[in-house]
Write a protein that binds this ligand. Structure first.
Ligand code: 13P
Length: 287
């Protein structure tokens, strides 16, 4: 059964570890992440961007697939199905479709409009026990057409949004989606500390988990980060493993073209990557 992300991130914040949000794209991704979470007794958040939701056929299709897999694979760890960087309209659509958690990303609006829209999303989500993540200060880089400038959030604005009653807060601290450029100067821990001081016990989210060095992850967790999003890294290892299979000519041997064989190395690569992150984030055996 899907659960809200609130309890798992609250526990993570208190226990000084983080729950991974791994974005899903299809059946292979979803199955790999759910099985890895179960094998490692880790809570997990499945992230769905609006683009990925559309790709998979729509939000009802995603809900059906995820619920079906949880049942058929006997997944017992807490699983949240979460809209990633949702628009205002998208947030209401997933609340209706059966997601258990929603991010409304109003970071591109001015703060007054972000506050008004976040309030409406909280009202609709709370009525169904669905957790809400809000964002202040756009995350840099590009993800599914959502482009952010890599802003650094204003801690006072973070407090205004946190006080609305959101469950999880994403704040830009120099993090970006995708692979970090060679001249990236790292996370702004000074700002993270100010945010932490202004929002109290609110669990914070670190977007753009791909390629952040391990020591920065540990420091971010020590400063209140309780949810870390990873997307690109799983895509990269899946593509790499698939390319190796094809370059080795394996799709031309026997029934190597069967998708169940062709996609298996990528599936295993996602499993290994997700496990690595769960160990790094400290969420193993926390379910
Ligand atoms: P990466 O693709 O950089 O891992 O970022 C994922 C993310 O933040 C999803 O919201």
């Amino acid at each position: 059964m899907l659960v809200s992300a609130k309890e798992m991130v609250d526990k993570a914040r208190e226990g000084k570890y983080a729950v991974g949000q791994f974005n899903i794209n299809n059946l292979e991704w979803t199955k790999a992440i759910l099985l890895t979470a179960e094998e490692n007794k880790s809570p997990v958040i499945l992230g769905v961007s609006e683009g990925a939701g559309k790709y998979m056929g729509g939000y009802h299709a995603v809900v059906g697939m995820v619920n079906g897999l949880i049942q058929d694979l006997n997944i017992t760890v807490p699983v949240a199905l979460h809209l990633d960087h949702g628009s205002y309209e998208g947030a209401f659509k997933v609340i209706e479709a059966g997601f258990s958690s929603v991010m409304f990303d109003g970071s591109h609006y001015d703060i007054a409009e972000n506050i008004e829209k976040t309030k409406e999303v909280i009202k609709a989500a709370n009525a169904k026990g669905i957790s809400v993540e809000a964002e202040v200060g756009a995350i840099g880089g590009e993800e599914d057409g959502v482009v952010g400038g890599g802003e650094v959030a204003d801690p006072a604005e973070c407090k205004r949004i946190a006080d609305l009653g959101v469950d999880i807060l994403a704040a830009g601290i120099g993090n970006i989606h995708g692979v970090y450029p060679a001249n990236w100067t790292g996370l702004r821990f000074d700002v993270l500390e100010e945010i932490k001081n202004s929002v109290g016990n609110m669990p914070l989210v670190l977007h753009g988990g791909t390629g952040i060095p391990d020591d920065m992850i540990a420091k971010a967790i020590s400063l209140g980060v309780a949810k870390i999003n990873v997307n690109t890294e799983c895509q990269l290892v899946f593509a790499d493993a698939t390319r190796k299979y094809i370059e080795a000519g394996k799709d031309k041997q026997g029934k190597g073209f069967d998708p169940r064989k062709l996609l298996a190395p990528g599936f295993e690569a996602i499993k290994a990557k997700v496990k690595e992150k769960m160990v790094l984030f400290g969420s193993v055996n926390r379910a």
